[in-house]
Design a binder for this molecule. Structure first.
Ligand SMILES: Cc1ncc(COP(=O)(O)O)c(C=O)c1O
Length: 405
């Protein structure tokens, strides 16, 4: 008889990781694969571009791949050509730019470099959820600062909340999920009022609204702006982002930065996407029209809607889970954000082209014919889904089950 070895305890992570919930990646890709043949998916859940990138991106990658021997080499560690193009695009000198593996990687690098356990960090609430994970990985639970109304500009609330010892303040502008823009004037005032605090302005969506605090970067040593190629440039799958900051801040970041992290195809694709201004501007215009048309469609049917200067809008519905699953049955994937504290009833819909939004309206017409009360806020008593405990509870509702995209 063999004796069974006692089960060895699993290796333990750091204490602050032990208390975190596993990241619950809510992806629609499996559901999209399972759609009946002939159903064209409308993937409107992660705010990616809804059309393929510029043909120049594909051509540049194909041309690169024909020259295959370069795939066995590491990428250009300085991303020199891309940084040069980004310098022309942003107006920030190339030595003030770091290219990263998506802008998530830039946020992670900032947290790893500037946050240590027991540091004070502040976020505008509600916020982009993945930033919280990067802060928590450093043992920091950011203090959420919520303006009285989640759709208010947060500058006054931030001025009250930031302490002399606050290490880092994270503001997404336009914010995800609210779409609120923090004007560059407010950003500048906050930076001047708290010169020892690092302000991280996440401008993932800035091309859709056109406003930016990037011009402040060269003269503001405590401001970093992060950006991405995942939205209007249409290459989320290639994972390219970048950050803009003063050389002193970049000097610290470069101590932990992994220069191999932006792969060759990402560098080639991002360079080509940046060069095709016409495609980018055409898409942004199309999305603006699509968003306005969708908002009008929803409002005409009695829904409460918030348009944004990003590529998404928000609609407030009485039964968010029912609403999202009804859309899913029609091949439309959107994002329920109603579990977030203070965000009761809100669902986020990525805005696509005007044609895609007309397609969405046709599909919604069919759903509303069968279930007219899918839209409409405030809900009547019987309408309310008894499933929004997170939205009314004490926490931020950002834990397991919520996803962060
Ligand atoms: C505010 C914000 N920042 C960053 C990201 C992530 O972008 P990337 O794909 O560049 O990592 C997202 C994605 O949805 C976002 O909404």
């Amino acid at each position: 008889m063999t004796e069974e070895a006692p089960e060895a305890p699993a290796p333990a992570p750091c204490p602050h990781v032990q208390v975190m919930s596993p990241y619950d990646a809510v992806s629609s890709l499996d559901a999209i694969k399972a759609l009946p043949e002939g159903t064209v998916p409308l993937k409107l859940d992660w705010n990616e571009s809804t059309i393929p990138p510029s043909p120049r991106v594909i051509e540049a990658i194909q041309a690169f791949l024909r020259n295959t021997h370069h795939l066995n080499w590491y990428p250009d560690l300085g991303a020199t050509r891309l940084r040069g193009a980004l310098s022309r695009y942003t107006g920030v000198p190339a030595d003030g730019i770091i290219v990263t593996n998506g802008s998530d990687d830039a946020l992670d690098l900032l947290c790893r470099t500037f946050l240590g356990a027991s540091d004070d960090a502040v976020v505008v609430w509600p916020t982009y959820g993945h930033f919280l994970i990067f802060a928590r990985a450093r043992g920091v639970e950011p203090r959420p600062v919520a303006p009285a109304d989640p759709f208010d500009v947060p500058a006054a609330a931030l001025l009250d909340a930031i302490r002399p010892d606050t290490k880092l303040v994270y503001i997404a502008s336009p914010n995800n999920p609210t779409g609120v823009v923090t004007p560059a004037g407010d950003v500048g005032r906050l930076c001047r009022a708290h010169p020892r605090t690092l302000f991280v302005l996440d401008e993932a969506y800035h091309e859709f609204g056109g406003t930016s605090a990037a011009p402040l970067v060269p003269a503001t040593p405590n401001l970093v702006v992060t950006r991405t190629f995942s939205k209007c440039f249409g290459i989320a799958g290639l994972r390219v982002g970048y950050l803009l900051g003063a050389p002193a801040v970049l000097g610290h970041l470069s101590k932990l930065y992994n220069p191999k992290s932006v792969n060759v195809l990402g560098q080639v694709g991002a360079f080509a996407a940046l060069a095709d201004r016409e495609t980018r501007e055409g898409y942004v215009k199309d999305v603006r029209e699509g968003q306005a048309a969708l908002a009008e469609y929803l409002e005409r049917r009695g829904a409460e809607v918030r348009t944004t200067q990003a590529n998404f809008l928000l609609v407030r519905v009485p039964r968010p889970k029912r609403f999202t699953s009804a859309l899913e049955s029609a091949g439309v994937f959107v994002r329920d954000r109603s579990h977030l504290k203070g965000f009761d009833g809100w669902v986020r819909i990525t805005a696509g082209t005007a044609e895609q939004m007309r397609d969405l309206a046709r599909r919604m017409d069919a759903l509303l014919a069968a279930e007219p009360d899918l839209l409409g806020w405030p809900p009547s008593g019987s309408d309310r889904e008894g499933e929004r405990a997170g939205a009314r509870g004490g926490g931020t509702g950002s834990g397991s089950g919520s996803g962060t995209g």
